[in-house]
Design a protein around this ligand. Structure first.
Ligand code: A3P
Length: 897
């Protein structure tokens, strides 16, 4: 047995106790809040006194913001550049992001941009040795970014030469940002025919129309006025390697805008004529909106098209819900007309555009007489719009069972029928995202049965924030797409109420968060509310304005598809997102609020026995089950004691399904629930999935000489009458070459692969660090380290299980000590330890465990020892690193020449 550390009993128990107390408190709170806060948000209209607020005479007109550069020839269309070239073939798809520290602001903003674009990156602090740059004759990184270019200029010789050589050999370029500094003197950049001037205030920013970098960015406009950012660095040079990418004017010191001010260059392209490396250098960071656009094009250009993102942007605007709103703030006839007219105008810019109207029939004709006419107008105009059905009363799904949800949906279905509303795109949205994620299976089933829903959207997956990490997944045949809000909320119905006023909303549109949503997300689904279409019609203003702004500054092709096609398109673009990753709803307050009060996280295991197969996992499972404070899962009809949730298709059944295998513990603090599935150990995705759902679970595995394990597995397959195992000897299987029949090769790999222990353990250690530090009290910095990973020597489990069980109890920090010496004893007939039933009687494992078969042939043993040698060496190194004892069998296997 390998223990490395002292185990601290009481501290962990205190921690668990606190956690669980906090958990039950949270559940209680969640229930109250879900009844009060969420419902009140939902009924925000009803709680607000809108009676005193009058509609403005004229809703605001959309912004017109194209200000073409008068120095350029008129009507020269800009063609987006395609940067792809053969040079990209030798490059990987990752970015190397060099930062001063992991926490520096600029580095965080750049990493956000990369995540938004779904570009993989490796973040490295400068000053450390460089990571490995190549792999199999390919450059691992397509672009190197320096958040502070001076760190590159001042890099030590060794690393600088290594990096420059890599960039030249693989034609890899750099992007660098200059930090702002005091003083406005012009300084040379060491080693380059380039100078920088700091600390300038700039105005009237425009792009170099003639550069080849522009792909998404459309040059030709001027962003007029003083740049609302701090001090800029600009570039001066006469060398032909440099091409300006943008120009701006220096503002006068008193901040006044002068049209005749001197023109300077804030961003420059180095074509590599000086030292063979291409670079784009920024005199200011991503705090200026246009630099986001420029940065996306810089990545595409510098990577020879390897990191290009497409020009298509798919847009869907949902109105949720078109009838839910308090009297006095609903839509009137003229609002409905404006909605239809704006739709026609938007459709000229967004190919195929329609507003997507959600409805809960119960609220139809619930306004003033004038507003009821508006409702009637909507029905009259029904064929102009797209429609999606809701629940009858806009109910939050997680609070109800399937029967109720179906009944409610059916009433709404009937309403659509009576009013001849065509709901044809198999799309639905859940009020407050309730039931979509965390998944409430009843909602998915009801959607399926009543509306035949195939696509929905939510902001909650994987979490609401950060918004650029929202992703999609598919569950029970329903595509869940990531959704964005547009910054307009239920209660914002007048421009003057907008948080920060019109200026703030316009900033959001002109390069701010809303504009960037279009920029970064190939598919944007916006959620709006009926009140945003009546009153000041803020949604119409916002969308028309942002679309105009996009048209001025970008070559993006705006398009709309009916929701079902949009869903298919999304997963065609991002097939890797199809599989969900289930997280623990109790780890995120927001998720807990929209999780059924009938569900509890205490129905999830506290530890996992992960295998691998044939190491004694059933014996361990049985012995654990004898402990009064340990509960195993219920048996599965298909896979018996194993649930096999994290590894196979069962994972797609979701966590409701998983939790059904566990009882609701009477005392969740002192009870330890666990699950054993022996195939978890060696399956690629399992550590990541297990960690997402059970981040604090403890992990137990058993290791045995890998050759012995392989032979036992082969005998197991024969006993289960696997035809290949019956027809081929063990020796034939393990020596099968590429020429052997496919089924033999497959059996060989299934037999040998779990025994490459180090490689599998490393994957687990990527997610479950061997020692976890947890802050135990919010008012103190005290941390407690607990062990997460326990490795059992399979030989010891077989020969001395009493000792093993003693240490497992310490590892788990179980309060009620169970003395296994009173409950286990060696059974000479079985040849193994068995459970004591009485003085004379033992209960042993069935005949499938501890089988009788001939010993392994020497020649097979020799081949396997050689085969596993390098893996065993890796294992011994890993165990040393983890400060764990190397077991006898490993020493013995390693002694083999
Ligand atoms: P063999 O049947 O090849 O001897 P698993 O439960 O993971 O499938 O592992 C089965 C192995 O557990 C058996 O392999 C056996 O050697 C081992 N084992 C360890 N302790 C045992 C016990 N008390 N009773 C039966 N088998 C045990």
């Amino acid at each position: 047995m390998w223990f490395s550390r002292e185990i601290r009993w009481c501290r962990t128990s205190v921690k668990q106790c606190l956690c669980l107390k906090r958990f039950s408190l949270m559940k209680g709170l969640a229930f109250v809040i879900s009844l009060s806060v969420l419902s009140s948000v939902f009924f925000a209209y009803h709680l607000m006194n809108f009676g005193i607020v009058k509609r403005h005479a004229d809703p605001p007109k959309p912004l017109t913001m194209c200000r073409p550069d008068s120095t350029l020839p008129k009507n020269v269309p800009h063609v987006p550049k395609d940067h792809s070239s053969e040079a990209s073939l030798r490059l990987g798809t990752r970015v190397l992001l060099m930062v001063e520290t992991q926490y520096s602001k600029q580095g965080i903003i750049i990493s956000r941009l990369l995540e938004g674009l779904r570009i993989e990156y490796k973040i490295e602090p400068t000053g450390k040795n460089l990571p490995t740059l190549t792999h199999a004759d390919k450059g691992k990184f397509a672009v190197v970014i320096f958040e502070n270019y001076e760190a590159y200029v001042n890099m030590d010789n060794w690393n600088r030469q290594l990096l420059d050589k890599y960039c030249r050999d693989y034609n890899v370029g750099m992007i660098g940002f200059f930090p702002s500094k005091d003083g406005t003197i012009i300084e040379e950049v060491m080693g380059f025919p380039l100078s920088v001037q700091n600390n300038l205030v700039l105005q009237d920013y425009k792009l170099n129309h003639y550069s080849d970098i522009w792909r998404i960015t459309k040059p030709g406009d001027v962003f007029e006025g003083r740049l609302q950012t701090d001090y800029w660095t600009v570039f001066h040079t006469n060398h032909t390697t440099y091409e300006p990418l943008s120009f701006a004017r220096v503002s006068s010191d008193n901040g006044e805008i002068s049209r005749t001010a001197k023109s300077v260059v804030p961003v420059v392209y180095d074509a590599g004529f000086h030292d063979g490396i291409r670079r784009i250098l920024y005199g200011y960071g991503l705090g200026f909106w246009l630099h986001h656009l420029m940065m996306i094009d810089s990545l595409s250009f510098i990577s020879h098209g390897k990191l290009s993102v497409g020009l298509d942007r798919f847009i869907q605007i949902d109105i949720d819900d078109i009838f839910v709103g308090k009297e006095g703030i609903r839509m009137k006839v003229e609002d409905v007309v404006a909605l239809a007219e704006t739709q026609s105008r938007l459709a000229k810019e967004i190919d195929g555009f329609h507003f997507n109207l959600g409805f809960s029939g119960r609220y139809y004709m619930h306004g003033t007489a004038e507003e009821d006419l508006g409702d009637k107008k909507l029905i009259e105009y029904r064929d102009k719009f797209w429609w999606f059905g809701h629940m009858w009363r806009h109910e939050q799904a997680h609070k109800f069972d399937q029967e109720f949800l179906e009944r409610s949906m059916l009433m709404n279905f009937q309403f659509a029928k009576e009013n001849d509303i065509h709901v044809k795109f198999q799309y639905a949205v859940a009020p407050h995202h309730s039931g979509v994620y965390p998944v409430h299976d009843a909602l998915y089933h009801a959607w399926h049965n009543v509306w035949d829903i195939k696509v929905t959207s939510t902001e909650e997956y994987p979490r609401l924030y950060p918004y650029w990490r929202r992703r999609g997944f598919i569950h029970k045949g329903i595509m869940v797409l990531p959704r964005q809000t547009c910054g307009l909320f239920t209660h914002t119905i007048f421009m003057s109420d907008y948080n920060g006023g019109k200026e703030e909303l316009d900033k959001n549109i002109q390069g701010g968060e809303l504009f960037q949503t279009f920029l970064y997300s190939p598919v944007s689904i916006f959620m709006t509310h009926l009140s945003n279409y009546g009153n000041d019609r803020l949604a119409l203003y916002t969308f028309e304005s942002v679309v105009r702004f996009i048209k001025c500054w970008t070559n993006l092709r705006l398009r709309s598809l009916p929701p079902l096609q949009l869903g298919l398109k999304y997963f065609e673009m991002f097939p890797e997102e199809r599989d969900p990753i289930w997280q623990n709803p109790c780890d995120y307050k927001r998720h807990l609020l929209i999780w059924s009060a009938n569900k509890t996280c205490s129905r999830m295991p506290k530890f996992l026995v992960i295998g691998p197969q044939k190491t004694g996992t059933t014996a361990l499972y049985t012995f654990l089950g004898m402990h009064p404070s340990i509960l195993s899962n219920y048996n599965s009809p298909e896979t018996y004691e194993e649930i096999q949730f994290f590894n196979g298709n069962n994972y797609y059944k979701g966590i409701d399904w998983y939790m059904e295998f566990f009882p609701v513990p009477v005392n969740s603090t002192s009870m330890f629930m666990f699950e054993k599935s022996a195939t978890y150990f060696d399956r690629d995705l399992v550590p990541m999935r297990a960690h997402a759902l059970l981040p604090r679970a403890k992990i137990i595995c058993i290791l045995l000489s890998p050759s012995k394990r392989a032979y036992s597995w082969y005998q197991h397959m024969r006993a289960h009458e696997d035809p290949t195992a019956l027809n081929y000897s063990f020796h034939e299987i393990i020596t099968a070459t590429e020429m052997a029949p496919r089924r033999v090769r497959e059996l060989r790999s299934r037999c040998l692969n779990p025994g490459t222990y180090a490689q599998h353990l490393m994957r687990w250690l990527d997610y479950f660090s061997p020692r976890q530090a947890t802050i135990i009290r919010s008012d103190s910095n005290a941390t407690v380290s607990t062990e997460n990973l326990f490795i059992i020597d399979g030989e010891q489990l077989r020969n001395d299980p009493i000792h093993v069980m003693h240490h497992i109890q310490r590892f788990l920090h179980i309060d009620t000590y169970f003395d296994y010496s009173q409950h286990l004893r060696y059974d000479p007939r079985k040849g193994f330890f068995c459970q004591v039933l009485s003085d004379e009687k033992n209960k042993c494992l069935g005949k499938g465990k501890g089988r009788n078969y001939p010993p392994m042939e020497d020649k097979s043993d020799r081949i396997l020892k050689r085969y596993y040698r390098k893996h065993n060496i890796a294992l011994s190194k890993l165990l040393h690193k983890l400060n764990m004892v190397v077991p006898d069998w490993l020493e013995e296997d390693l002694r083999y020449p």
